[in-house]
Design a protein around this ligand. Structure first.
Ligand SMILES: CCCCCCCC/C=C\CC(=O)SCCNC(=O)CCNC(=O)[C@H](O)C(C)(C)COP(=O)(O)OP(=O)(O)OC[C@H]1O[C@@H](n2cnc3c(N)ncnc32)[C@H](O)[C@@H]1OP(=O)(O)O
Length: 280
């Protein structure tokens, strides 16, 4: 078993310019570039970065720490080949107790509020499939670069017999508009990389992670001469409406989740979907 120290030493040997930064969780790896202060945050929960309470909590803590430690920007990516995130961990929603479901949902809400409202410039480096909750993570960043053309991204909840909550939907509306969001969400569409690029769901499609990192640098470079306070306030105003809805309606949103997810036909559908994934 690799100790934390061995892990840190190995990382610093592999990447001499990156400062190790402990996320406090084995599920999230963080490397901060010494020169630029930009942090690369990589989710690493095998097999598919399913967003369970633990990973969501670890991401939340990481976002907090990066702000406190004055990172200058964040790239949110994955260390699992071909997977950005498979979205919410369905096992957390299937047969969960009301207590666990509430904790799970509240952790998701907190993580999203933190990510969506961080004053740090954020880039999603989408190096794998990004359905549902994975798409939400990417959409909550300010700039999206997908690596390779074989991946899909979108909010496919209706295909599972679920619906994307209002704040998931509003986040998508803010990027691709109400018409395309309605079409995509009602049909549970997963966009190919090319389709996502065409519709503006991703900003760039590149061939390699190196190119994606260069695109990210270019994006962060836009703010070199912009005072952080002015940038942060502007981001706040642009995002206020979507954010405020959840801030004001957290309890209601939790109730809707709890009531809907525990419906027998919804649970049945989730069970069948899980089985179909396992049978593959
Ligand atoms: C009506 C109530 C509404 C209330 C509001 C609800 C709000 C819900 C909001 C968001 C919902 C979600 O995010 S649900 C998750 C949706 N995600 C998906 O549909 C993606 C499902 N997964 C895949 O399509 C594929 O796994 C993949 C393309 C991401 C990767 O494919 P790959 O071939 O590499 O891997 P496998 O399919 O073999 O999977 C490996 C392993 O992981 C398990 N798995 C996959 N996805 C999930 C998941 N989301 N949650 C839990 N487990 C998952 C899969 O079963 C395999 O398990 P085994 O190794 O045990 O076989």
């Amino acid at each position: 078993m690799t100790t934390v120290l061995q892990h840190v030493v190995r990382r610093s040997i592999l990447r001499p310019f990156a400062k190790s930064f402990s996320s406090g969780s084995p599920l999230v790896d963080v490397q901060v570039n010494d020169k630029t202060g930009v942090a690369i945050v990589k989710m690493g929960r095998a097999p598919v970065n399913g967003l369970n309470t633990e990973l969501l909590g670890a991401l939340n803590d990481t976002f907090d720490s990066l702000e406190k430690n004055k990172a200058t920007g964040m790239i949110l990516s994955s260390s699992i080949p071909n997977i950005y995130s498979a979205g919410l961990d369905i096992s957390e929603m299937y047969n969960g107790t009301p207590e666990n479901l509430t904790k799970f949902w509240n952790t998701l809400q907190s993580m999203w509020i933190n990510l969506y409202s961080t004053p740090l410039p954020t880039v999603a480096l989408i190096n794998g499939n990004a359905p549902a909750g994975g798409c939400l993570l990417a959409m909550s960043c300010e700039y999206r670069v997908m690596v390779g053309s074989k991946f899909v991204i979108g909010l496919n909840e209706t295909q599972l017999g679920l619906f994307a909550p209002k704040w998931f939907q509003d986040t998508m509306v803010s990027i691709i508009g109400p018409r395309q969001t309605e079409l995509a969400l009602t049909s549970g569409k997963l966009f190919s990389a090319q389709e996502a690029l065409k519709i503006g769901l991703i900003d760039e499609l590149v061939a390699s992670e190196e190119e994606a990192l260069a695109s990210s640098d270019k994006f962060f470079g836009l703010f070199k001469r912009i005072p952080g306070y002015a940038r942060g306030q502007t981001k706040n105003f642009v995002r206020a409406e979507v954010l405020d809805w959840l801030l004001k309606n957290r309890e209601h949103d939790t109730k809707v989740f709890l009531n809907s997810i525990q419906l027998p036909h919804v649970q049945k559908g989730l069970g069948l979907y899980l089985q179909s994934l396992k049978k593959k």
